[in-house]
Design a protein around this ligand. Structure first.
Ligand SMILES: Nc1ncnc2c1ncn2[C@@H]1O[C@H](COP(=O)(O)OP(=O)(O)OP(=O)(O)O)[C@@H](O)[C@H]1O
Ligand SMILES: [Mg+2]
Length: 379
């Protein structure tokens, strides 16, 4: 008998905060979640139905894990896609599809894909090693990116001038024009097996100047309706051209000339969608479940303008985490705390986030800055 989504077991590769928030949604549907993660203290460990401690990149481990699931998805891209491809071939449902995870794992393939499909992106050249980059003086100012395994800004190096060329990576990567962007925005788009597509209103990200992590996020993005429409169209085009099932975060730059360029994509719940738990009719985490289990997709309208603040481990503190200022923060209207269940803090580790709802966009901006000063993760 064909199983209904209510009877299916969903396996997730990765048991961090993204998986944890997917489980929080899955509980409402009685959906069982199995988790594979190398860390014995992974944030999902205590709340999933089955936890397997093991490598996400080892073929045998991923294959054995997936055999016991009906549907398999990811919360991190760095996984063994050969094992996933074998599972898919043997009849398991694997979303996003393994060949797409493989493409997205490599920024070189990603950028070439945009180019092939006519999706606007910063001009780039592929480079094989440092020597290759050193030859590209005329291409500066540029951003040198590692092809694989860069995340949270590690694997991204700005090369403004000849003097900075020495910082280039000595590994396969790419060199991309430095974009003097006005804003960074992100659109999350979802597609299920039945072909339904839905996208979220764009959000605006502002980055921590040194840690290279999203510091604040505001929804909706403060852009014109023309730009909003353009961003929505681009996000939809990306998911359609990929033919991806699941959710996809599309990070984009808005240039001073009103152009929108795709920076990179992530085929999973994303930091730029955390506010959707409280701020939208359907959260990105529930949408991810809906997409990979072929449930009807949920409405994505904003219920209220929102801000999101990442709670990063305070610089200078390592050890057992302590949240300072929590009482003061939660005494305010519209403040929602999410702690990720990580015992140990270290500088800039993502320990949680706060979502703020406020009808007034100006107040939101002030309050987001305030909250950041009130709550500190120390040890
Ligand atoms: N071509 C560019 N021009 C200007 N700034 C850029 C460019 N590419 C990247 N950046 C800046 O560097 C940040 C990180 O780049 P990117 O998103 O490619 O790296 P990542 O490490 O994969 O990202 P994440 O932080 O999303 O894990 C971007 O959000 C943006 O602020
Ligand atoms: Mg990025």
């Amino acid at each position: 008998m064909q199983k209904n989504y209510q009877q299916k077991t969903l396996g997730i590769l990765g048991g961090g905060q993204l998986g944890r928030m997917v489980i929080q949604s899955a509980i409402n549907y009685n959906i069982d979640i199995h988790i594979l993660d190398p860390d014995s203290n992974a944030p999902c460990r205590s709340i999933c139905q089955r936890f397997v401690q093991g490598s996400l990149t080892d073929f045998d481990t991923v294959y054995a894990f997936g055999r016991d699931c009906d549907v398999i998805t990811i919360e991190i891209e760095n996984v063994n896609t050969d094992a996933l491809a074998k599972l898919a071939k043997e009849g398991k449902e694997v979303y996003p599809q393994p060949h797409l995870i493989k493409l997205i794992q490599d920024k070189r393939l990603q950028k070439s894909f945009y180019q092939d499909k006519g999706i606007p992106t910063a001009e780039f050249i592929l480079t094989e090693n440092k020597e290759d980059v050193l030859l590209q003086e005329d291409f500066l100012p540029a951003v040198n990116k590692l092809g694989r395994e860069g995340y949270d800004g590690r694997g991204v190096q700005v090369l403004r001038n000849k003097e900075e060329l020495g910082k280039a990576f000595d590994a396969p990567g790419l060199l991309e024009k430095l974009i003097d962007f006005e804003k960074e925005i992100s659109v999350i788009v979802a597609r299920n097996k039945s072909g339904e597509i839905i996208s979220y209103p764009s959000v605006e990200c502002s980055f921590h100047p040194t840690a290279n992590l999203v510091e604040f996020l505001f929804a909706p993005a403060d852009i014109s309706s023309e730009l909003e429409q353009k961003a929505q169209e681009i996000a939809r085009k990306v998911i359609i051209e990929l033919d991806l099932i699941g959710i996809l975060a599309v990070e984009m730059f808005v240039t001073p000339e009103g152009e929108i360029l795709v920076n990179e994509i992530a085929p999973r719940p994303h930091n730029s969608g955390h506010h959707t738990i409280e701020a939208n009719f359907t959260s990105q985490f529930e949408q991810h479940l809906r997409a990979v289990l072929d449930m009807p997709l949920g409405n994505t309208d904003l219920r209220s303008p929102a801000a999101m603040v990442n709670l990063l481990g305070e610089d200078g503190y390592s050890g057992e985490a302590f949240v300072e200022g929590l009482d003061q923060a939660i005494s305010q209207k519209g403040v929602y705390i999410h702690l990720y269940g990580k015992k140990l803090t270290k500088p800039f580790r993502k320990m949680g986030h706060v979502t703020l709802l406020d009808e007034n966009l100006e107040h939101l901006k002030e309050r987001a800055k305030e909250i950041k000063e009130v709550i500190k993760i120390k040890a």
